[in-house]
Design a binder for this molecule. Structure first.
Ligand SMILES: Cc1ncc(COP(=O)(O)O)c(C=O)c1O
Length: 397
């Protein structure tokens, strides 16, 4: 065990506990396991993407696989900047876009860039993506959790206002939200921006947009970057392209940010200082072609629909997701770990809400195969009936 200089173990433990459950379930069920936990795309990337990757490998430029500059290859940054201008309605310049090996690195760079002093605070809207507090703690920043409104799962502006202090440097949330699947609305984001503008420390907004390509009708993605100048956008190509292991994403500094030039320079330096370097040369070369690809949402939408229609009838209350690769049902009773272990004992993997610093829910990933979902539905029913029978036998219900 490494000797810890900062106390990150409490943020590492929930996922480590889940990994032990996963390992045991894999050992017991092997390929029969229904894995609805992580967003691993069991269908794999599309044929079109495989062809783009082949073409990138076959290209004959002799320096094609050598180091690229910190921040990434200019051509790739330029193409990305062009492609996101209509997404945010902002005049992105290629230097605003700093390429990183996935969103994890971009998040670390963003957090480090907003830090002024040890112990500066960052508001984390929870439930949240699992490793935000881990990174913050490791960087000497203090995560301040502000839960969403418990019923609607929407952002709680009053609670955010109350949590802000003169040392609040940033606020982070994912839009659309992982794990809840909620897409915040324009009016909420506008109101949040107004609040940030009038706050004493004028915090930076870190908008994690890894799931913005997965939005279901009639919802529409809106980025907070459209309303608050001090926004840093974090994005990963891993989700849209279904190749999370290939590690390419970016941090983008809003063109309207008053410290735009300084921040984008320091982000490039931080990629070096923190040792993240750049995404691989191969992926940087492939990305411009992938930007032209249309995402086929049908398989995700089909699985989402199936689960939304079936789970409530089986006894699992559910707020239909607006977006993302996930559904986030409530647990019927007891805690989320109890249900995660129960499902795993029957051959079904889900992620408990504790991993997302939240209670009373579990997350299902729609990247499992249709066949896994077919097999998972009777397991949901069986788990609940076994628990009810067990409780009756003990005279508890
Ligand atoms: C909201 C969110 N942020 C960040 C990440 C990390 O992305 P990457 O694997 O590209 O580093 C993920 C991945 O699951 C995510 O869902």
């Amino acid at each position: 065990m490494l000797k810890e200089t900062v106390n990150v173990s409490k943020w590492l433990e929930p996922q480590a506990r889940f990994e032990r459950i996963r390992f045991e379930a894999l050992r017991r069920f092997g390929p029969k396991l229904c894995d609805l936990s992580y967003a691993n795309a069991y269908d794999g990337p599309s044929d079109q993407l495989r062809q783009i990757l082949h073409d990138a490998v076959d290209s004959e430029r002799s320096l094609g696989f050598q180091y690229t500059p910190y921040g990434g290859a200019t051509l790739t940054r330029r193409r990305i900047a062009e492609s996101i201008r209509p997404v945010h309605d902002l005049p992105w310049h290629w230097e605003d876009v700093i390429l990183t090996p996935g969103a994890m690195a971009a998040l670390n760079v963003a957090f480090r860039a907003v830090k002024e002093q040890e112990g500066d605070e960052v508001i984390v809207v929870s439930p949240c993506w699992l490793d935000y507090p881990l990174y913050l703690e490791n960087l000497g920043l203090k995560p301040v959790f502000v839960p969403v409104e418990s019923k609607s799962m929407r952002i709680d502006l009053k609670a955010i206002e109350q949590a802000m202090t003169p040392t609040t440097r940033a606020i982070i949330f994912s839009q659309p939200a992982n794990p809840s699947g909620v897409l915040f609305e324009e009016r909420e984001l506008r109101a949040l921006s107004e609040m940030l503008r009038s706050a004493p420390s004028q915090p930076t907004l870190i908008s994690d947009e890894c799931h913005r390509d997965f939005v279901f009708d009639p919802h529409r993605f809106v980025s907070p970057a459209q309303f608050w100048e001090k926004t840093l956008v974090v994005y990963s190509f891993g989700k849209k392209l279904f190749l999370q292991g290939q590690r390419i994403g970016y941090l983008a500094v809003s063109p309207r940010h008053e410290r735009r030039i300084e921040l984008r320079q320091s982000a490039v330096q931080l990629c070096r200082t923190m040792g993240f370097c750049t995404p691989t040369a191969l992926m940087q070369r492939a990305i411009p072609e992938t930007l032209k690809m249309e995402l086929d949402l049908q398989p995700i939408e089909r699985r989402r629909q199936r689960l939304i229609e079936t789970l409530p009838g089986l006894g699992y209350a559910l707020r239909p997701s607006d977006a993302t690769l996930f559904l986030y049902p409530r647990v019927p009773n007891r805690d989320a770990w109890f249900w995660t272990e129960k499902f795993a004992s029957l051959g079904l993997l889900v992620l408990p809400s504790d991993v997302f610093h939240h209670e009373g829910h579990f997350r299902l990933s729609l990247t499992a195969t249709d066949e896994m979902i077919d097999r998972a539905l009777p397991i949901f029913a069986q788990a609940l009936s076994e628990v009810r029978l067990g409780a009756e036998a003990e005279g508890r219900e």
